[in-house]
Design a protein around this ligand. Structure first.
Ligand SMILES: Cc1cc2nc3c(=O)[nH]c(=O)nc-3n(C[C@H](O)[C@H](O)[C@H](O)COP(=O)(O)OP(=O)(O)OC[C@H]3O[C@@H](n4cnc5c(N)ncnc54)[C@H](O)[C@@H]3O)c2cc1C
Length: 366
């Protein structure tokens, strides 16, 4: 006879809560909190440490940072409305500290200019989309200042000079091995260790750099300058991107009378070593941008050699097919979705990742 109703579905496979080793979530208590190790104290790692420490859950956070001192390169960071909204959602007090350090640019003129004709190609309306969604305007914050805001609020959980070399699993969770071959036990590891991520390399059994790492040279080297500068359009223009063949130049008002510029040049990798600059970087750039907007020459003229740094830019294609997690290990920020600086979103999206990961971890706790 025909059954009167379809057979019941087979029982769902049990989710392995401890695979491949580790404590069950219901063993996490105030006395035995979830031990989260974060590799990297960049913007993403610090945002996550902050979210976990202020999230009200039983979490013990350790941030392992490879460098002994934070570097200034990368200068100020633009925090677009999405990042600021995320910060505000995560913690209004944190937002208020960022707000105090911010120079607001999202309500000014920003856009792309023809580098040679010096005419606007496009002005971006960053203000209206933020306003209609009741989101904060885009701003710029000095990166070391942003780091300090986080460091002041995450307490003593950051260990500098403690690079992560690799990790493995143990019956009680994750074991992180540092550059000094120390072993640190945790329940969860988050790789927030940037584009050359050692955590990603271990997760995927790939090298950190070079062939097979998935990281490739972007085709561009960037010179960055940061200086006191009296610009004729300060308080009116946020950033201007002067574009032209094989190079472009960006000028950004970063507030308090300070300006940042970037010169992006299409070059072979390591051009810093192979391309001589006998008179220094500033005269070299003035020659390259000969015939371009007088704004470029005015700011270069005002820049001293010690205010300029150069670095090659590397990129990774978005990782959409391979997982961003492996059991008790997850990746965030540049370690898994690095992007070129001209998007102004790498740091912003690392902050968004931090919020999502902290919420996911919070949800998994009793
Ligand atoms: C010139 C330039 C301008 C930019 N401007 C903007 C902008 O305006 N807005 C924006 O949103 N983004 C910008 N970006 C991108 C942004 O800087 C990155 O996307 C962002 O810093 C990524 O954050 P992260 O925390 O993932 O990685 P990172 O900031 O790279 O931090 C990684 C941290 O991990 C540490 N580390 C590395 N390896 C290890 C290891 N093995 N163990 C322990 N620690 C390790 C590093 O020392 C570092 O402190 C810019 C980038 C550049 C290059």
């Amino acid at each position: 006879p025909q059954p009167s109703s379809p057979p019941p579905p087979p029982p769902a496979a049990a989710t392995p809560t401890t695979a491949p080793g580790g404590r069950d979530a219901d063993l996490i208590t105030e006395e035995a909190p979830l031990r989260v190790i974060i590799a990297g104290a960049g913007v993403g790692g610090l945002a996550l440490a902050h979210a976990l420490r202020h999230g009200g859950n039983a979490v013990d956070v350790t941030v392992l940072e490879r460098t002994k001192e934070f570097r200034r390169f990368g200068g100020p960071i633009q925090l677009a409305s999405n990042a600021l909204q995320t910060v505000r959602d995560m913690d209004p007090e944190l937002y208020s500290s960022v707000e105090q350090a911010a120079t607001w640019t999202g309500n000014r003129t920003n856009g792309i200019k023809d580098g040679i004709r010096d005419e606007w190609y496009a002005k971006f309306d960053l203000g209206t989309p933020a306003k209609v969604r009741k989101m904060p305007y885009t701003c710029v914050v000095e990166r070391p200042e942003l780091q300090q805001i986080f460091l002041d609020r995450v307490g003593d959980c950051v260990q500098k000079g403690a690079g992560v070399k690799t990790y493995s699993y143990s019956p009680t969770g994750v074991v992180v091995t540092t550059d000094k071959d120390e072993e640190i036990q945790g329940d969860v590891l988050i790789g927030a260790d940037g584009i050359w991520s050692a955590v990603r390399a271990t997760m995927r059994n790939e090298p950190e750099k070079g062939e097979g790492s998935g990281v490739s040279y972007s085709g561009y080297t960037v010179f960055a300058g940061e200086l006191d500068y009296d610009s004729p359009d300060s308080n009116e223009v946020g950033y201007k991107v002067y574009i032209g063949p094989k190079q472009y130049f960006v000028i950004t008002d970063i507030g308090h009378g300070r300006y940042q510029w970037y010169a992006f040049l299409a070059r072979e990798p390591n051009s810093a070593e192979t391309e001589p600059k006998p008179a220094g970087s500033v005269p070299y750039l003035r020659d390259l941008f000969d015939g371009w907007s007088p704004d470029i020459h005015a700011i270069l003229q005002a820049t001293t050699e010690d205010e300029v740094e150069q670095r090659d830019l590397y990129d990774r294609p978005p990782s959409v097919l391979k997982s961003w997690t492996d059991h008790r290990v997850a990746l965030l920020g540049d370690s898994i979705h690095a992007m070129m600086p001209n998007l102004g979103q790498g740091g912003c999206q690392a902050i968004e990742d931090a919020k999502v990961i902290s919420e996911e971890l919070g949800r998994s706790l009793p």
